[in-house]
Design a protein around this ligand. Structure first.
Ligand SMILES: [Zn+2]
Ligand SMILES: [Zn+2]
Length: 149
């Protein structure tokens, strides 16, 4: 389970398992929307009004160094997005609304296996990101165009 993996990663790194840090692990393990540090922070603020953004960054950095969360880079918004799901999958980034969604498929496993077998590498993770405009934003743009013409 992802949550357990993150918590034992923090423990291994010698960080104290405060309620805040455990909650950060919970958000990361449950989230499907590839949150930024800011998004994690805001989702926990009602529960932990005294938590600092630095705590979120520090926890994310430790988890990233341990290879337990993947830093996906910016989604056109200049913010690092994180993913705790390490199964090979493709990310679709919308450059308009900055949403990041997963795309799973057999082919992606196949490619990873091919890369591993022909390179001799033991693959630990992959960051595959496609950029584009999501169906919602494309439709909104179409509607706006129709209104103008
Ligand atoms: Zn969009
Ligand atoms: Zn993902």
């Amino acid at each position: 389970m992802i949550y357990q993996r993150l918590v034992s990663g923090l423990r291994d790194s010698g960080l104290r398992l405060t309620p805040q840090r455990l909650a950060i692990c919970r958000v990361l393990s449950e989230s499907k929307d590839h949150p930024t540090a800011m998004m994690v922070y805001h989702s926990l603020l009602p529960e932990f009004p005294t938590m600092s953004l630095a705590t979120v960054y520090k926890t994310l950095n430790v988890l990233r160094e341990q290879g337990l969360v993947l830093a996906l880079g910016a989604a056109g918004d200049g913010m690092e997005h994180y993913d705790a799901d390490l199964d090979p999958h493709v990310h679709l980034v919308c450059v308009k609304c900055h949403r990041v969604v997963d795309f799973m498929g057999e082919d992606i496993y196949t490619i990873q296996q091919k890369v591993a077998s022909s390179s001799g590498y033991q693959i630990q993770g992959a960051r595959i990101v496609y950029y584009g405009v999501c169906p919602d934003c494309a439709q909104a743009a179409d509607t706006a165009r129709e209104r103008v013409s």
